[in-house]
Design a protein around this ligand. Structure first.
Ligand code: COA
Length: 196
């Protein structure tokens, strides 16, 4: 096992001799980050009991004809190119291939968020989410509560967050306003990691 910590990158060798790296995302990762999110959504979010099909999730992620995809990539590229001190995206690589990311942010009033965390479905359950989460929590600091929203039926993710001390709040997460009719609204809960 070999660890290396540079200014912006943490690298560790796993037992299969693969190099795992966690680092700040760069604009050239925008496309793969968006693709990982879409594939993780389509893998994790359908729910037949609630009438939420894989196609519903694909439409939510990409639009009816994939029209959201290039817009999101362009937006993301711009966001990653800016040096925004209140917003961070870290990515995880296995042998230099990006397979996951986390986004965290601080609002003007100081409220802190985990905005999203997604691991490519084939690489889930290998500790990458934990590494990314630790990095994001370090960046957010320990002075104030940290909030996130998660689908109410996404029990894997809820259990994952609970491991870090997050708990459900009483806040009712409002449905997104102004979305086109073909976007399926999905039930969400809010969780908080209370500090100190
Ligand atoms: C939730 C997610 C970010 C966790 O990342 P991960 O790399 O898979 O999690 P880790 O390997 O670090 O697992 C941490 C622990 O949670 C458990 N766990 C996490 N995801 C799991 C899954 N999908 N199935 C079973 N167990 C899981 C692991 O067993 C592990 O426990 P251990 O440390 O005792 O072995 C990732 O699974 C994911 O992207 N899921 C789909 C998308 C999603 O729901 N994102 C969150 C949106 S709010």
């Amino acid at each position: 096992m070999q660890d290396m910590l540079t200014r912006d990158m943490f690298t560790v060798m796993n037992q299969d001799n693969q190099t795992i790296s966690i680092k700040s995302a760069t604009p050239d990762e925008a496309e793969i980050i968006c693709d990982i999110r879409d594939r993780a959504w389509i893998d994790a979010y359908p729910n037949p009991e609630l009438g939420i099909s894989p196609r519903d999730i694909e439409i939510n992620a990409k639009g009816l004809h994939g029209e959201f995809v290039p817009k999101r990539i362009a937006w993301f590229k711009g966001k990653l190119a800016k040096n925004d001190e209140n917003w961070i995206c870290y990515t995880a690589q296995i042998n230099n291939v990006t397979v996951g990311f986390v986004i965290a942010s601080t609002e003007d009033d100081g409220k802190k968020f985990i905005n999203s965390i997604y691991i490519e479905p084939n690489f889930q359950g290998k500790g990458l989410g934990t590494m990314l989460m630790k990095k994001a929590l370090d960046w957010l600091g320990s002075e104030k509560g940290i909030y996130l929203e998660v689908l109410s039926y996404n029990q894997n993710a809820i259990d994952f967050y609970k491991r870090f001390g997050f708990e459900k709040t009483d806040t009712v997460v409002p449905q997104e306003e102004g979305a086109p009719d073909y976007i399926k609204s999905l039930p969400q809960i809010e969780m908080v990691l209370k500090r100190p």
